[in-house]
Design a protein around this ligand. Structure first.
Ligand SMILES: Cc1ncc(C[n+]2csc(CCOP(=O)(O)OP(=O)(O)O)c2C)c(N)n1
Ligand SMILES: [Mg+2]
Length: 803
């Protein structure tokens, strides 16, 4: 059903007619899918539908300009495009609607995403790259409006890197950087900051990015007059238009119902962008939304009669049909025959998709019914179990929840019986859960052999006369080794280029590796992350630098919604092994002392979160991560760049393991758990506690996500029988997370002789100055007294009250 991408200029009328009719067939097929899709939701077979009706024709024009190696980063209206490039069949469309969990039937997300969220496979089933230059690519969609924009920037920039940076093995990823990254966005979503940030950044970077704005005048019910100044996005963005003196954008405006003009526009746009690496904006106006926004409501509530009449007339499919007839390409009768056969085809494919989705569940139900029947026959409570069986049997369209709910509840009626039938049902339920849970929960992280947990530790080694250097020098030397070893590695961020970052961990490296690999960016945290995600999706190894942890808040949404979910939402068929480098924890003032780790931790599940206590540990994490295929956030200690560390002699090679804690002081009385900058205070307090006879063991967590995979902390608690978590985040933040891990995952409660405690910061942001820090975050005295207090409670005679 693909559209024909052949755009040769001289073709016969018959060829021309065949191509036009093929395009029309595609448009009508897609429309029929939308119409039937909505019915499937309204009759209860599917839960939610959001469709591409009213946007069909421009997507066919776009698909003709889209070449192998190109990437899409779009949103939920693009089903026609996906069909046109041959990456979405009718069956797959319906499989998505039903949430079929088999990736062969539902390649977009194996049922994890609601319909209308599209993806192609960049990785094979083992997590290895496919050759992306030999296929048409779509990065996996996310639902937050404009959330597709930051990633689009990186997908486009990758072409520039592959074209200009020498020495990268581009076999699987690029042919001389000739690939375009194509974005789509709804008119209303251009109101989002992410849209403007991305547009500006792409203009600065001059990357091959083409953004199509599907303009139907509305965002759900809200009219353009509430969305866009002058109600016209390309009008207000006119200042981005390039001219003879200044670089910028090429901006096109075209009506979405005008088939020949759309064809022409997309061809011209592609030519400019592919060759010259110029960003392009195509404002596709006068589009419609025939069935309203989604299955959640009807558009008659907010569109007046005049608008509805206009939409009926200017429906892009209707206009194409009219154009075909007016230009004598085909007759009305021919089109009616075609339309009838399309309806039949879509109905048949829909039915096949339903059968493929439903049959496995029916046979699972059969097994359950069989076991329930046998249990009923063998149990004195058989009458109750029979009822579960009958109710389950009576369902026309059972889902897995129905099967599990019936069998698990039935088990309660035989709790005090013992029979082979009961055992059989118990085993079946256990197997059923362990077989099915991964369908919904696998691939939060990489499951390939390259995952970060498969990397073993390599200890830093030192010459006998190893130099003591500033911590930032360890980092710089290590980054130097990284860029030398991995031509595909690159780093970018605010002040990361020319001056080599605000703490000079990259000093001199731009000069050595060039401004494309060690680069300054604008102040735009969300698109710094997006730039990294897009480049990582195309085989590069970006390190995105966020200047301070405090400002990661601007990027946290994209980290959470996009980066953290890439593996999960594609069931492991796409990856973005982006390293996010930042620096944080205590330094000065409200916004340069942030340690908002609790917030971060709870929002980025899917990304490793690493909190090295010094720069050697940090460098070791970068080395580990570059040998793995997973995204991570590394938080360097802001006050550690000028502290002295010995310079290892295996720079670039030593690796800090992920998910492994380190005991940095041994002791018998209490286990102190902490990380990052706070550790230095904890160590000082431990020295002072020793003087009064308290012997503390200190554990550096190092890796918050994943957390202490070997359960070493509980081993320490088994020895000391006491634990305190010390953290400069607010109470209930990271310290609560750590304690939950210790108590609920490691089951430490059984070893505890004292109440487990947390010591954290004041609930406000840290005040400025030395005293601001002292009164805002745990001090050495606070730590000393808190631990002393635990020992006082235990033995008031040995440790009399301090104050
Ligand atoms: C960040 C965010 N806010 C709100 C929503 C809910 N929402 C989904 S689509 C939509 C309207 C989008 O309109 P537009 O961009 O014009 O696209 P259209 O559906 O009209 O094609 C809204 C408000 C969302 N998905 N994400
Ligand atoms: Mg809209």
């Amino acid at each position: 059903m693909k559209t024909n991408p052949d755009t040769k200029t001289e073709i016969t009328f018959e060829d021309f007619k065949a191509e036009v009719l093929n395009d029309y067939k595609l448009a009508v097929t897609s429309r029929e899918c939308s119409l039937l899709g909505r019915r499937e939701v309204l009759t209860g077979k599917a839960k939610f539908g959001i469709f591409g009706d009213g946007k069909e024709i421009p997507q066919i024009a776009w698909a003709k300009a889209f070449e192998n190696g190109d990437f899409r980063s779009g949103y939920y209206r693009d089903q026609t495009f996906m069909m046109a490039i041959g990456e979405l069949t009718i069956e797959q469309f319906f499989a998505g609607l039903y949430a079929n969990t088999d990736i062969k039937d539902e390649p977009m997300s194996a049922g994890r995403q609601m319909g209308g969220h599209f993806a192609t496979h960049s990785l094979d089933a083992d997590g290895n790259w496919k050759n992306l230059t030999e296929q048409k690519n779509s990065s996996a969609d996310i639902s937050p409006t404009a959330g597709q924009m930051p990633r689009l920037l990186g997908l486009a920039q990758a072409s520039k890197i592959y074209r200009k940076v020498k020495g990268i093995d581009s076999t699987n990823f690029s042919k001389s950087g000739n690939e375009i990254a194509w974005g789509t966005i709804g008119n209303a979503s251009t109101s989002e900051g992410l849209f403007f940030e991305t547009i500006n950044a792409a203009g600065v970077l001059q990357v091959p990015m083409i953004v199509s704005i599907w303009d139907d005048n509305y965002g759900i019910s809200v009219h353009a007059r509430h969305q866009t100044t002058k109600e016209n996005i390309s009008e207000i963005l006119k200042g981005f238009q390039r001219n003879e003196d200044d670089k910028g954008y090429e901006i096109f405006r075209v009506d979405g119902w005008n088939y020949p003009e759309l064809m022409d526009t997309y061809q011209r746009a592609a030519k400019i962008s592919r060759k010259e690496h110029v960003p392009v904006m195509i404002h596709v106006q006068e589009l419609t939304q025939p069935q309203g926004h989604s299955t959640s409501g009807s558009h008659e509530r907010y569109k007046d009669q005049e608008r509805l009449a206009w939409e009926a007339e200017y429906d892009c499919n209707a206009q194409m049909r009219k154009w075909i007839i007016e230009n004598n390409i085909a007759t009305t009768e021919e089109l009616i025959v075609l339309e009838r056969s399309i309806k039949k085809d879509v109905r048949a494919a829909k039915k096949a998709a339903w059968t493929a989705f439903h049959n496995p569940i029916l046979s699972e139900r059969k097994e359950a019914l069989n076991l329930l029947g046998k249990l009923a026959a063998s149990s004195p409570n058989g009458v109750f179990i029979k009822k579960f069986k009958n109710d389950l049997e009576a369902l026309d369209e059972p889902v897995r929840r129905d099967i599990l709910s019936a069998t698990r509840r039935a088990l309660r009626y035989v709790v005090s019986e013992s029979s082979s039938e009961k055992l059989a049902l118990q085993n079946w339920i256990n197997n059923y859960i362990s077989n099915n849970q991964p369908k919904y929960s696998s691939h939060l992280h990489s499951e390939s052999e390259h995952n970060a947990l498969n990397q073993s530790e390599i200890i830093p080694t030192y010459d006998d006369d190893a130099k003591e250097v500033d911590g930032r020098v360890v980092l710089r030397e290590n980054f130097d080794a990284i860029f030398n070893r991995y031509p595909e590695a690159l780093i970018f961020g605010e002040d990361a280029g020319y001056i080599g970052d605000v703490n000079q961990g990259l000093e001199g490296l731009q000069e050595k590796y060039g401004a494309l690999r060690v680069s300054d960016t604008g102040i735009r945290e969300a698109t710094i992350i997006g730039q990294g995600i897009g480049m990582a999706m195309r085989g590069l190894r970006p390190i995105a630098e966020i200047q301070y942890l405090d400002y990661i808040m601007y990027a946290l949404q994209i980290m959470s919604d996009d980066l953290a979910t890439v593996q999960y939402r594609t069931k492991g068929r796409q990856k973005a092994p982006l390293i996010v480098r930042t620096r944080g924890h205590r330094l000065e003032g409200i916004w340069h002392s942030g340690s908002q780790m609790g917030g971060v931790l709870n929002l980025v599940r899917g990304i490793h979160v690493l909190v090295p206590r010094n720069m050697t540990k940090a460098a070791g994490f970068y080395n580990t991560l570059l040998d793995s295929d997973e995204p991570a956030l590394v938080v360097e200690c802001l006050n550690g760049y000028r502290l002295k560390e010995k310079l290892p002699n295996n720079i670039g090679k030593f690796k800090t393991p992920i998910g492994v804690v380190e005991t940095i002081r041994e002791g018998d009385d209490i286990t102190l758990v902490s990380y990052g900058s706070t550790l230095r205070l904890v160590e000082q307090a431990a020295k002072e506690l020793q003087v009064v006879g308290i012997d503390a063991e200190i554990i550096d967590v190092q890796s918050l996500l994943p957390f202490d995979l070997n359960h070493d902390i509980v081993k320490s608690i088994a020895k000391t029988n006491r634990v305190m978590v010390i953290d400069e985040d607010v109470k209930g933040g990271a310290s609560a997370y750590i304690l939950d891990q210790i108590l609920n995952v490691q089951n430490a409660f059984q070893y505890l002789d004292s109440q487990p405690k947390t010591l954290a910061a004041q609930p406000h942001r840290p005040a400025y100055g030395t005293d601001g820090d002292y009164f805002s975050k745990p001090s050495v005295e606070d730590i000393f007294e808190a631990i002393y207090g635990v020992m006082h409670e235990l033995s008031p005679d040995d440790f009399p009250k301090l104050r």
